[in-house]
Design a protein around this ligand. Structure first.
Ligand code: PHE
Length: 337
């Protein structure tokens, strides 16, 4: 019986532990609850009673040795993980440094601003929480007039509301500046609409305003024609469709030839060959009067476009919700812009 103890003691002494796998192997074979040392203790019942004490001492000694070897090996292996020289392979290529990217809406907003900047437009901003005057009344929406329902409004308190368009900024500019005015107002707007692939209750607009002596509809057309060609490419056509806005007269919806099918008809343009990008028109003389600008002397045009819509058309994005979900796989696609 004692030979068995000696044999296992020799094995334990010779066992090489230089990695975690070998350590685990050692534990299973010797020190674990079902290991060979536990078996040696079980064998004690087969030992002659007068030798049991000596046998027990031998096995205990072996147990302590094995346990000590185990603990020492474990400490050594743990230490080597914290040891940088051993843990880091300096020949590996470095992990690439990832940089943040600009949001596609910011990229497109910048691009639109750059184009109109070349035509002499400056930038103006205004509050997102507006009063009724700047969002509606000054823009010729009479009180209780159904035109106010064109834009489902979030009301805040009293006559305060979340602006439904950035035309409110243009009122502020007209109130505070003298013509000539050439300004662009980008910003976030709010409408009480259910969120879907095509609509959102928060989105971005960019509106332009041009006021001077003798400004005509031809100037409006030429300005937007220039914009469309710069933004979407020289082959893009533009068309004006009669429309209605309380603050412009005449008013026109701006369509461009479909970028996907080039005007031959597809799903995106609902087989018409045209897609709408915004509204426009000659500033209504009533609006000029409301802002203390003499309509006898000055005239002007205004236009407004959705930045989401322009971005979706330009990059063929089919669902508006992608802009706010912040899915890194979507955003990374605009890394190079
Ligand atoms: N403010 C209008 C809208 O949000 C767009 C527009 C702006 C139309 C300027 C005409 C002139 O629907």
């Amino acid at each position: 019986m004692f030979e068995k103890v000696t044999k296992i003691a020799q094995e334990v002494a010779a066992f090489d532990i230089s990695n975690k796998e070998q350590l685990e192997q050692f534990r299973i074979l010797y020190t674990g609850r079902k290991g060979q040392i536990a078996d040696l203790f079980d064998d004690i019942k087969n030992i002659a009673p007068d030798q049991r004490k000596a046998y027990g001492q031998e096995v205990n000694k072996l147990k302590e040795q094995a346990q000590a070897k185990f603990t020492q090996a474990l400490e050594q292996l743990d230490a080597s993980v914290g040891n940088f020289e051993l843990a880091i392979d300096f020949s590996l290529p470095p992990v690439p440094h990832t940089m943040g990217t600009r949001h596609p809406l910011s990229v497109v907003r910048e691009e639109i601003i750059r184009i109109f900047e070349r035509l002499g437009f400056n930038l103006s901003e205004g509050p997102e929480i507006e009063d009724d005057w700047h969002n509606f009344t000054a823009l010729n929406f009479p009180e209780n007039h159904p035109a106010r329902d064109m834009q489902d409004t979030f009301f805040v308190e009293g006559d305060m509301l979340l602006r439904t368009h950035t035309s409110s900024v243009q009122v502020r500019v007209m109130e505070n500046e003298k013509p000539p005015i050439r300004t662009l107002s980008p910003g976030r707007v709010y409408r009480n609409e259910a969120i879907s692939a095509r609509a959102h209750c928060v989105f971005h607009q960019i509106e332009g305003l041009f006021i001077d002596e003798n400004v005509s509809f031809a100037d409006l057309k030429q300005t937007l024609y220039y914009f469309v060609q710069e933004m979407f490419g020289k082959e893009t056509k533009i068309r004006f469709r009669p429309s209605f806005f309380p603050f412009t007269e005449p008013s026109a919806e701006i369509d461009i030839s479909c970028l996907i099918c080039k005007g031959t008809g597809c799903n995106i343009c609902k087989h018409t060959g045209w897609v709408e990008i915004g509204g426009s028109g000659m500033v209504d003389p009533e609006v000029l009067k409301n802002c203390n600008i003499d309509p006898e002397k000055y005239s002007g045009f205004a236009f407004g476009m959705g930045i989401e819509r322009i971005t979706m058309l330009k990059y063929q994005i089919k669902d508006l919700r992608l802009f706010t979900e912040n899915d890194i796989r979507f955003l990374r696609q605009f890394e190079s812009l």
